[in-house]
Design a protein around this ligand. Sequence first.
Ligand code: BEZ
Length: 249
Amino acid sequence: MPQTWDPESYGRDGAFVHQLAEGVVEWLAADRGERILDLGCGDGQLTQRIAASGAIVVGIDSSPAMVAAARALGMKTDQGPAEKLPYPDHTFEAVFSNAALHWVRGQDEMLSEVHRVLRPGGRFVAEMGGHGNIAAIRVAFAAVLSHLGYAGLGERGNYYPTAESYSSRLERHGFTVEKILLFPRPTPLNDSGMTGWLNTFYRGALDSLPESMRDTAIEETVALLAPALRDHDGHWTADYVRLRFVARV
Ligand code: BEZ
């Protein structure tokens, strides 16, 4: 089910996406005057942070709503798929991406495009969901959808590779992998807890359920997950796993 994004709930219940990105921004180490593409830029919060280093940053996202949000921050932003980038060959010193690549259906097409738009010696620095990402959430949501008679509506196409398999994939596309790291990143959620998370990040699947079932789907998923992801004080922690890498052309 294609994801749909609501910049307002993303800004409120998904703010951790850019707040927890210091590590990958450090690995990017943007320099003044460098041309950088922020691939899957979302609402532009990180694009703006990278631009503050003096780099010339352009964002691209497939969601028109997210592009509008990034433009509202004053970021130069294009709309389109990662598999077909609207830039000439060798345009950028770096391509950066945070929390976006796992949504890309055409991984090989995307990697060819990233390679094409990078200058010789340029770098691809990214963080995405890695093997085991949000495993409990995915299993609970899939179980609830199946029980409601909508098996298969959940996260089918998202891609959470191991470090070994993504390294091979990058190398097949002509990249040299400088460093790659798979690590758990337990992610505390805000006061909206798992309900807010599901409403923000599983919007596409929830919207394709009959309206009368949406609240039930959320309530049952929350109830299944509570023993695993909610602590005794009622705080939720999502079971994120990240894959972070630097690869050069
Ligand atoms: C993530 O890993 O960033 C993610 C994956 C699927 C849904 C929401 C977030």
